[in-house]
Design a protein around this ligand. Structure first.
Ligand SMILES: Nc1ncnc2c1ncn2[C@@H]1O[C@H](COP(=O)(O)OP(=O)(O)OP(=O)(O)O)[C@@H](O)[C@H]1O
Length: 444
């Protein structure tokens, strides 16, 4: 098991990870999610003893990584697949790692086979594609047949077959009772691979819960209702009946209705009472991607200037408020779509607040390259001695998870000393040239 307690990492003025506490249990795939720059890699480096926490601690099986006896056989990691000597072949690279860790050479050929690189084992790795490099990094992680595995974006650059292979590999490793901690930005993939999720935003814990709970806490379940074709008056009648009963009803583009705030049996009864024949009444759940986007909107640091969204809050839509896409307001929530008395399971949490005027993202300075295998014994970065000023990320309005550590309010950074504003310079009137009445000659 991996256990982090109050883990904090500062790089100069930048707080990459703040007061992070979580556990990664064996026998499950735990997904590690968060927007770009939210501190996932930093956390993984601290778990592997490659970065020293500024505060807090993290252990594997009860010991800090550096105190683990024979760490490479206990822990395997893929952090940066490109951190390979390009002049070495895949086999040579793995062989050197194996020799450093006392792992028998035959294991090298085994893992080359597992990752499907046996036919290019003698090729220099500098000629490898992104996906081949990724496979080599995974081979390095598996080399010591470890009980604890960390993968930082393992499917990066893999083709669909490779992605499926990684998914099955992760699931198999977890089924064997190993601890599998994997970060990814591919939500659809995480939904299929992970059992449990740890979500961070701006270095702080946002959620620690099962994938299923994460989706239902952070998205609106809804019912799709379709009346018999060619009966617009029946549709209107049903809309009125459902709204009167406290449901939020939105028209869908194909003529169906999206209903939140009412359970399916109640919708069925109301349709029956209104004498409306239904052709469809089905439950729907939002995807992990929708739930993730909803939760992390306020913690996104890097957004395209072409992206007009100020969040996933959508404008009120139709006479009942709310918005298409499952993000209708929850029961009792003052905003579009809210309806008192709406039932659990058919409501969404309050929409996340748009990101506040947080500090601009700090530039990454002197980031240390990290090798692909955990058996690397890099000297730890000295913990920077910083004042305890921490820029506080604005928390999205997330539902606190069972077992999640509620983010502790971070101390406010004192305002940077400002130079006294200069008085505006008086503008000199521009001397006007006297008009001569002559025109410029046309260009030749
Ligand atoms: N060595 C370093 N020196 C200074 N700042 C750093 C260093 N390493 C990371 N950071 C900063 O810490 C923050 C967290 O970075 P980190 O790489 O952990 O995020 P991440 O969640 O892994 O991002 P991504 O999803 O883009 O890989 C970023 O703002 C980053 O610039």
């Amino acid at each position: 098991m991996i256990e982090a307690v109050g883990l904090t990492k500062r790089y100069g003025a930048k707080t990459a990870v703040y007061n992070l506490s979580f556990q990664v249990r064996p026998g499950a795939v735990t997904g590690f999610l968060g927007p770009n720059g939210s501190g996932k890699s930093t956390t993984m480096r601290m778990i592997l003893g490659l970065d020293r926490p500024t505060a807090g601690h993290v252990t594997i099986g009860g010991h800090p990584f550096r105190n683990l006896p024979n760490a490479p056989r206990l822990v395997g990691a893929l952090l940066d697949a490109k951190a390979v000597h390009g002049g070495r072949s895949a086999r040579q690279h793995l062989l050197s790692l194996a020799q450093l860790s006392g792992i028998p050479a035959r294991r090298v050929d085994e893992v080359l086979g597992v990752v499907g690189l046996q036919n290019v084992a003698k090729k220099r790795s500098k000629g490898f594609s992104l996906g081949m490099g990724q496979r080599l990094g995974i081979a390095a992680a598996l080399l010591g047949d470890p009980q604890v595995l960390l993968f930082d974006e393992p499917v990066n650059g893999l083709d669909p077959e490779g992605i499926l292979w990684v998914r099955n590999l992760m699931r198999q490793l977890a089924a064997e009772g190993r601890t599998v901690f994997v970060s990814s930005h591919l939500m659809s993939e995480m939904a299929l691979t992970a059992d449990h999720l740890i979500v961070i935003g701006r270095g702080q814990l946002l959620a620690d819960m099962s994938v299923k709970d994460f989706i239902s806490y952070n998205s609106a379940d809804f019912a799709r209702v379709r009346v018999a074709q060619g009966a617009p008056e029946a549709r209107e009648k049903l809309t009125a009946a459902l709204s009167e009963a406290g449901g939020q009803v939105l028209p869908e583009t194909d003529g169906a209705l999206r209903v939140t705030g009412l359970p399916l049996p109640r919708i069925s009864d109301l349709a029956h009472e209104a004498d409306v024949r239904l052709w469809e009444l089905s439950p729907h759940q939002a995807s992990l991607e929708e739930a993730y986007m909803r939760m992390t909107q306020a913690a996104v640091d890097y957004r395209s200037t072409a992206d007009q969204r100020a969040g996933l809050q959508q404008p009120a839509y139709g006479p009942y408020g709310g918005a298409p896409g499952g993000f209708a307001g929850p029961a009792g929530y003052p905003g579009p779509g809210g309806a008192p008395g709406a039932l659990p399971g058919f409501t969404a949490p309050p929409p996340p607040q748009p990101a506040g005027p947080g500090a601009p993202p700090a530039r990454r300075t002197g980031r240390q390259p990290v090798r692909g295998a955990a058996c690397r014994t890099a000297a730890p970065a000295p913990a920077p001695q910083q004042p305890a000023a921490v820029p506080v990320p604005q928390q999205p309005a997330a539902v606190p998870a069972q077992g999640a550590v509620p983010p502790t309010p971070a101390p406010q950074a004192p305002p940077a000393p400002q130079a006294a504003p200069r008085p505006p310079r008086p503008r000199r009137p521009r001397a006007r040239r006297p008009r001569t009445g002559r025109r410029r000659p046309p260009p030749t």
